[in-house]
Design a protein around this ligand. Structure first.
Ligand SMILES: [Ca+2]
Ligand SMILES: [Ca+2]
Ligand SMILES: [Ca+2]
Length: 465
């Protein structure tokens, strides 16, 4: 049942690993870095962030103080955002209570150095059995509300709203977004909005074991996953920090069959599949396969995650044309790597809000290699992936993975890098970037987790035939 690709395995990956070493030691043929763990800041504009003058962020609740006088400009943004309902209330269409009181507080909720507006709108219109006011976080950009995040379930003492202790925030050590404390209940950020903490804790228990598989024809390769909140690479040859062979074998043994996997392409959920027991494959290398049903539609490239959350909380947008705006970032890398005279070619740009902070990141796939025609080195060719983030209004770029070829060499297979998936593989609300490096008839998959503006390499897996 297994195709040839399953039979002689990891042999080429051993070559691949060996080749990386050659690459590094052979500047005549190639220069720059191995594809797997390279990330480098190539440009950073001065940031205009203001650090909170209160200094260290601790885990104490900070009770918010809402002002009904100050923050005139911010109040205007909020009014503009709710203008239709406020007009109806003031016109008396919503009853006799025609005054909307708007209290404003200002804090950096998502840890990006820029303060958000937190507003409370008080009027009978906002009263129900679940709340007696409207409360929300407003992300302001270009003088208007770019994103409104409602916070539900607030009951405030409307007669003494400026001196309240019903609404507080707690800066989180594990998430960029602060937790909210509302009437004694904790709300935590789940990547798209604020949810009740108890729901989230239940999810965390389920996340202590998450296999991730890469389907190929009738069988999938076990790529790695999560075990006891640690990333695991199932590849027995590759060692990322804190990833022992014992951990890997224990991880594999826990996959007993009957696991439910959701399969994802880069921009959609494909469906649910059932996985079988893990099988250790023999050959020139060792790897683990997982059978699955039903059959995946032919030619679809997917990643399977055994978890019940939505691993595509935000859908990536793929842009293949009109990518000129990203050329300067590509030219900066080419110049820095000594290929300044080689034209920038952008195969695609993928934009998505990786960390869920309301601003989009962009992955730029730059290559002048026509991989369908030639898999061997040609003079002045390259394949690299840049991550561009917007921090405090300024673009900042990192190279995630890169390969360059200075001279034509018919015996030297090229490494060709793409971004086949962007998924939240561990269910923390932040999406990981998955790169694929193809090499002759082998490939590796690499997962990068975004953490405070850095791309941490968390899973690596290689396979060859
Ligand atoms: Ca902020
Ligand atoms: Ca973002
Ligand atoms: Ca994640």
């Amino acid at each position: 049942m297994k195709k040839l690709i399953f039979m002689t395995i990891l042999y080429a990956f051993i070559i691949l690993v060996g080749c990386d070493k050659q690459i590094t030691n052979n500047p005549d043929q190639q220069y720059s870095q191995t594809p797997t763990d390279k990330r480098e800041l190539i440009s950073e504009s001065p940031s205009n962030q203001n650090q909170d003058s209160s200094g260290d962020k601790n885990s104490e609740t900070k009770w918010l103080s809402f002002s009904f006088e100050n923050f005139k400009k911010e109040r205007q943004f909020v009014k503009e955002h709710h203008k239709d309902e406020i007009r109806d209330i003031e016109d008396g269409k919503m009853g006799n209570d025609k005054v909307v009181n708007i209290g404003i507080a200002s804090e950096d909720i998502n840890n990006d150095g820029v303060r958000e507006v937190i507003a409370i709108l008080s009027n009978r219109y906002y009263s129900s059995s679940q709340a007696n006011a409207a409360l929300g976080v407003y992300i302001i950009n270009n003088e208007k509300v770019e994103r409104y995040i409602p916070l539900t379930g607030i009951f405030v003492d409307t007669s003494n709203i400026e001196k309240q202790s019903e609404i507080g925030i707690v800066y989180s050590k594990i998430r960029d977004w602060a937790d909210f404390v509302i009437n004694g209940k904790r709300l935590v950020w789940d990547g798209t909005g604020y949810v009740n903490e108890s729901k989230n804790q239940k999810d965390n228990v389920e996340k202590s074991f998450v296999p991730i598989i890469y389907p190929m024809n009738t069988c999938a390769a076990l790529v790695g996953g999560i075990q006891d909140n640690k990333w695991i690479s199932a590849d027995l040859f590759e060692q990322l920090s804190g990833n022992s062979e014992t951990d890997k074998r224990e991880f594999c043994q826990r996959i007993v069959g009957g696991e439910k996997y959701k399969f994802y392409s880069i921009d959609k959920e494909i469906g649910e599949f059932e996985g079988q027991k893990v099988v250790e494959e023999n050959g020139p290398g060792e790897w683990f396969s997982v059978g699955y049903t039903p059959t995946l539609e032919n030619g679809l490239e997917a990643i399977g995650i055994c978890g019940d959350w939505n691993a595509l909380p935000r859908i990536p947008t793929i842009q293949k044309e009109n990518t000129e705006q990203y050329e300067s970032a590509v030219n900066d890398v080419l110049t820095d790597r000594g290929l300044g005279s080689v034209p920038a070619v952008i195969k695609q740009a993928i934009s998505v809000d990786l960390d869920g902070n309301g601003t989009e990141e962009v992955l730029i796939n730059a290559t002048n290699i026509d991989y369908s025609k030639n898999k061997f080195a040609e003079e002045n060719t390259y394949s690299f992936i840049i991550l561009q983030e917007n921090v405090g209004g300024k673009d900042k770029s990192f190279v995630i993975t890169e390969n360059y070829y200075k001279e034509t060499n018919e015996n030297e297979p090229v490494l060709y890098n793409t971004v086949p998936f962007i998924v939240d593989a561990n269910g923390d609300g932040k999406m990981e970037v998955v790169t694929k490096s193809e090499y002759y008839e082998g490939f590796s998959l690499n997962f990068y987790e975004m953490n405070n503006g850095e791309a941490l390499h968390v899973i690596t897996f290689g396979l060859g035939a």
